[in-house]
Design a protein around this ligand. Structure first.
Ligand code: C2E
Ligand code: CA
Ligand code: CA
Length: 638
């Protein structure tokens, strides 16, 4: 096995290191050899012994010098060369020690000298067999080289004592060999075990930092990589953090199931990897949120990347034959401008993302300090809105919608008003979105419908009331029932209620929406398409749903961009209205010129400050009474 081979290599080099880690024991062994052989040479006066003693001394000194030098370096890198060098030195030295003892026996030198040199050879051989067990070849080789010459010399003399001694020494060889090998096995096993657990720990850590669905970093992995990235950053660099949230992922997951959802997420990951610059950190940050962090030199490049990602994720996904459009919203924060550290950068990007989402999704927004203020205000509104309903801070005002031909009031649009005891009047543009986000819109919407219906019940029968409905309110279960209850409570004919919905309602194809409109239309309630022209420029739903009225957004009537183009658009819409038998309302009429222009363009109804602002119900009733006084024919009719 390849793996076990490399573990062997690593175990080996680790053990080779141990050969050199104790120069002291090497020195003691060397000193013993030198002293005993010099004594033997000196007492015996034998030339051969003297020569061997001299060589042995030279080898021992060289080994110690080498070992001391080696201990100061990092030895692992040279382990193969080191091993050979060590082997050479060790084998030579062991053989010389054995040879000195053998020569002392061979030349019948003094008995004490023989005992000394033989004992030194035996001690050295057995001692080394244990010390160098990390490298069995060296241990066993030295054992044999130190002891075999002694055995041969003893046998060559051939006396009973020596033969017995030779046998004893010979028995030592297999005994020490087996001990050596056992020690080696234990050492090797523990090294492999240590390595394996270290590798497992690494693997576990990597797993803990990876998202299984996409293979991207998860929250823990992101934190880890960001810390590293921040440390590696040499500062003039600009770090950009993109926080993405898929717009319609929840629907995919809920309707098609988690396996399909997972595949969409995986495909999103692939697209993000394609778009992100090399070296970028990409992570899935829970559910359907993703984070990309990368170094980008300019804001322009961040814009470009954001654009590319939006476009790429806007392309449909194909999963098991389904064509899914998911899209994403994105918040972007730049370091150092929007935050000096990663935490602040994340906060900033999160806020920017929140803005992108409430501004209509499928867009990217860069962090701006005003977002922090907005958020604080939203949080306040959120907290106060629930109380506002109970404490009678909310009321409904009515703005007339006037027949441009006769100048008479045909409808009143109900517009909610919030008079905060401390902050004064709050704008619906500001609190309605918060009510939508928090779900309060459902209670609030039903309350508004009830109030509006009650007011309308007091008016002459030819005057209707228009109530704005938020898409979220319509999609909630029991939405139709809420409206019908309001009518019942006020005892109002359904034909006198008109519901204004915006184009955004049809952005997401939802069965509930269709059912809601059909059910209420069947009861006689009419529908108006509000803010026409600001939305998504698909005319399909005008055909699909029974709209009686189209309200052309006030940006076409008053405002900076009004001109020939908007005039042409109003004309086209008015023409469409007359063909489809729908009434066209021009919103935001502030001057007589505007009134004349939209009338001339073909609009049938008008609404705006020119006629009246939204007024409380008693003033609305007064407006109607005034109108009827001026025109006695009507009074009879009313
Ligand atoms: P919208 O439905 O388009 O309502 C018309 C808005 O234009 C009202 O603002 C009205 O006061 C304003 N307006 C009318 N005539 C003129 C004019 O001549 N010039 C100008 N500049 N503005 C004019 P308001 O009441 O602030 O409402 C803003 C938006 O808030 C509404 O837009 C609607 O989307 C939402 N909203 C208001 N009341 C309700 C409600 O009761 N329920 C729901 N769901 N949304 C509401
Ligand atoms: Ca409206
Ligand atoms: Ca409108």
């Amino acid at each position: 096995m390849k793996g076990s081979g490399s573990v062997d290599d690593r175990a080996r080099s680790l053990l080779v290191e141990t050969l050199y880690t104790q120069p002291a024991s090497l020195a003691i062994g060397a000193a013993n050899g030198i002293i005993s052989s010099v004594i033997a040479a000196w007492i015996s006066g034998n030339r051969a012994i003297a020569i061997i003693a001299a060589i042995l001394t030279a080898v021992a000194v060289a080994r110690i010098a080498f070992s001391v030098r080696q201990a100061r370096m990092h030895p692992l890198e040279y382990s193969r060369r080191l091993e050979i060098l060590y082997e050479l030195g060790a084998f030579t030295y062991a053989a010389l020690i054995g040879l000195v003892a053998a020569l002392c026996i061979w030349f019948h030198v003094d008995g004490q000298v023989q005992v000394m040199t033989v004992a030194v050879a035996l001690c050295y051989g057995t001692g080394i067999a244990a010390r160098n067990a990390g490298r069995p070849i060296i241990a066993i080789g030295q054992l044999f080289l130190a002891q075999v010459p002694v055995i041969i010399a003893l046998l060559s003399i051939g006396s009973l004592t020596y033969i017995f001694l030779a046998i004893t020494v010979a028995l030592l060889l297999p005994a020490m060999t087996s001990i050596s090998l056992n020690v080696f096995k234990v050492l090797r096993k523990s090294i492999i075990a240590a390595e394996t657990s270290a590798r497992l720990a690494d693997k576990m850590q990597a797993l803990a930092r990876t998202d299984v669905v996409t293979g991207l970093a998860n929250r823990a992995g992101l934190n880890h990589q960001l810390v590293e990235k921040q440390m590696a950053l040499c500062d003039p660099h600009k770090l950009a953090l993109f926080w993405l949230d898929l717009d319609r992922f929840k629907e995919v997951n809920d309707t098609l199931g988690h396996p399909v959802g997972d595949r969409v997420l995986a495909e999103v990951a692939v697209r993000l990897r394609d778009q992100a610059p090399p070296g970028a950190t990409i992570a899935r940050f829970g559910g359907d949120e993703f984070i990309i962090v990368c170094e980008l030199p300019t804001r322009f490049e961040s814009e470009r990347l954001a654009g590319a990602i939006l476009e790429d994720l806007g392309r449909p996904f194909r999963v098991t034959g389904e064509r899914l459009e998911v899209g994403c919203s994105m918040g972007i924060a730049l370091m150092p401008d929007d935050g000096a550290d990663i935490d602040r950068l994340m906060q900033a990007a999160d806020l920017a993302l929140y803005h992108a989402k409430i501004n209509g999704r499928n867009q990217a927004s860069f962090f701006d300090p005003s977002m922090t203020r907005d958020l604080v205000r939203r949080k306040e509104i959120e907290a106060e809105l629930r109380n506002a309903l109970q404490q009678d801070e909310l009321s409904i005002f009515f703005q007339p919608i006037v027949d441009l031909e006769t100048g008479r009031i045909r409808t009143f649009e109900a517009l909610v008003r919030w008079f905060h005891p401390i902050k004064g009047e709050m704008r619906p543009d500001e609190f309605i979105p918060v009510a939508e986000e928090t779900g309060v819109i459902i209670t609030l919407g039903n309350w508004i419908a009830t109030q509006a219906a009650r007011a309308c019940a007091q008016w002459p029968e030819d005057v209707t009331v228009a109530v704005n409905l938020s898409p979220l309110q319509i999609k909630a279960p029991g939405a139709a029932l809420g409206i019908l209850n309001a009518l019942k409570e006020a005892n109002l004919d359904p034909r006198r209620l008109e519901l204004e919905v915006t184009e955004s309602l049809f952005l997401e194809d939802n069965d509930n929406t269709g059912r809601f409109i059909e059910e209420l239309s069947a009861k006689g309630i009419r529908f108006a398409l509000d803010d026409f022209g600001t939305g998504y420029s698909s005319l399909g739903y005008i055909n699909k749903f029974p709209f009686k009225k189209i309200k052309v957004d006030r940006s076409f009537v008053s405002g900076p961009n009004v001109g020939r183009k908007s005039d042409a658009i109003i004309r086209a819409v008015a023409e469409m209205g007359s063909t489809l038998e729908m009434e066209i309302v021009a919103e935001g009429l502030e001057t007589i010129e505007q009134v004349q222009a939209v009338k001339e363009a073909g609009c049938t109804l008008g609404q705006g400050y020119y006629f009246s602002r939204a007024v409380p119900d008693h003033l609305a009733a007064m407006l109607l009474a005034q109108e009827r006084e001026e025109d006695p024919r009507r009074r009879v009719a009313g």
